[in-house]
Design a protein. Structure first.
Length: 128
């Protein structure tokens, strides 16, 4: 049985027949292209492999944050504003509009990313 590869990895030569397979591939090591960072964490691991992992962590350990911000801040599409590889993130997951409240809420997180990880801010999608 052959399947036609429709989702091609842009980092390595791998190709997949379904988009979600490519998404898993990009999220996994060694690419780790869907990493998101959560700067409210203090002395623990701050980088999460996927937005869903971050969300779970926040729900369990940062309930005070959850009370303060709308839950859509932690939706997958909003992860781009906390992503270490925003270009890749946008390409496979997409993004919430820059003007949305969720994106604005993530703004402070973005500043944190910049200082901690020196993410090239020019990689952030400008018009979405
Ligand atoms: Zn790849
Ligand atoms: Zn934490």
């Amino acid at each position: 049985m052959f399947s036609i590869a429709v989702a091609k990895c842009w980092v390595c030569p791998a190709a997949f027949s379904r988009t979600w397979e490519l998404k898993n591939h990009l999220a996994a090591s060694p690419h780790s292209r869907l990493c998101v960072v959560f700067v409210w964490c203090t002395d623990e691991e701050k980088v999460f492999r996927k937005m869903v992992d971050l969300k779970q962590h926040v729900m369990q350990l940062h309930t005070e944050v959850v009370d303060d911000v709308p839950t859509d801040v932690f939706e997958e599409g909003n992860g781009i504003w906390m992503a270490l590889h925003p270009k890749d993130y946008n390409q496979i997951v997409g993004a919430t509009p820059k003007e949305s409240s969720a994106a604005v809420q993530a703004g402070s997180v973005k500043c944190g990313i910049r200082s901690i990880f020196s993410v090239k801010m020019k990689d952030m999608p400008e018009a979405l």
